[in-house]
Design a protein around this ligand. Structure first.
Ligand code: OGA
Ligand code: MN
Length: 294
């Protein structure tokens, strides 16, 4: 009997194994480098249902990662990084998430510290619908990525909070990333009302599923338009306490070759800190979305 694991074929059945939390499922039985249309459709349906998908043991070139990503929509440029140019020359649509320093220069974004709960790029008008993160080097400990459902957060919102946010919008700070670093070209401001960034409804409707989701972005420098700063802070604190109930979160502990994709319209994610002596290296693509709508 051969001990070498055979890659799934493109006529293999797609198996969906839910995490048991409000978000997440592991998908088995697929090789993302050679997917059939029928397998893609099964993956897409599972994604709409579970919002975060994990595929283990994938071996993908940058081109194959981009090709799989592009099945979900037009590839979006990587977010602005502290370097001001693509992490990998010739690949403006691939971001690198890494703590590795080479020749005194970081090889990617987000470092080794904690990245707070967030939605990707909610600070711009037309926000990405999805991100795909593919691991090439992983930590033994820490550097885990957590997810939480914003459908569930909306659906379980106490009635008085639903009333309090009715018709309201949040201003989403563009100046800092989720690791708290100042983005290139921005100056630091402390008053959330003065921070640059897009306005979006607090409750959004998912363009595919039509389900409503809470849309909070990130907590630092968030502001609820039209309220006094004190009222905005108090209401945001209550919303965030409700939305980040970690008993409902699902956590990915990374192996090399894992590909994780999330629906940026209805989940938030965060990453735990890890020992800077460890090496973590991930490639990331994102898909163009649309302006979030109530
Ligand atoms: C991201 C992100 C978290 C991680 O890629 O948008 O937040 O675990 N990454 O690297
Ligand atoms: Mn992110």
């Amino acid at each position: 009997m051969s001990v070498i694991a055979e890659k799934p074929r493109n006529d293999s059945a797609v198996r969906v194994i839910p995490t048991g939390k409000p978000v997440g499922a592991t998908i088995e039985g697929v090789d993302l480098a050679s997917l059939s249309d029928a397998q893609f459709e099964a993956i897409f349906d599972a994604w709409m249902k579970h919002n975060v998908l994990r595929f283990r043991g994938q071996e993908l070139t940058k081109e194959q990662l981009q090709a799989f990503s592009a099945r979900f929509g037009e590839l979006d440029r990587a977010p602005i990084n502290i370097k001001g140019e693509p992490w990998i020359e010739g690949y403006p649509n691939i971001a690198v998430m890494s703590n590795i320093i080479q020749d005194g220069q970081p090889m990617g974004s987000l470092g080794y510290g904690e990245a707070v709960w967030h939605t990707d790029m909610s600070y711009i008008e037309v926000t990405p619908s999805a991100a795909l993160l593919y691991s090439l080097e992983v930590t033994r400990e820490g550097g885990e990525t957590g997810f939480i459902s914003m459908y569930d957060a909306y659906e379980t919102l106490p009635e008085d909070l639903k009333q309090a946010i009715q018709g309201k919008e949040i201003k989403h700070d563009a100046s800092h990333n989720s690791a708290g670093e100042l983005r290139k070209g921005f100056k630091a401001v402390d008053d959330p009302r003065e921070a640059p960034g897009a306005l979006h409804p607090i409750v959004v409707r998912h363009p595919v599923t039509q389900r409503k989701a809470l849309y909070l972005g990130r907590r630092p420098r968030g502001y609820i338009v039209g309220l006094s700063l004190e009222e905005s802070e108090a209401l945001l604190d209550r919303l965030w306490a409700h939305a980040t109930d970690e008993s409902k979160s699902w956590w990915q502990k990374w192996n090399v070759g894992d590909l994780l994709m999330w629906d940026n319209r209805c989940v938030m994610h965060k990453r735990t800190a890890f020992d800077p002596k460890e090496r973590r290296f991930m490639l990331r693509t994102q898909i163009k979305g649309s302006k979030p709508q109530a």
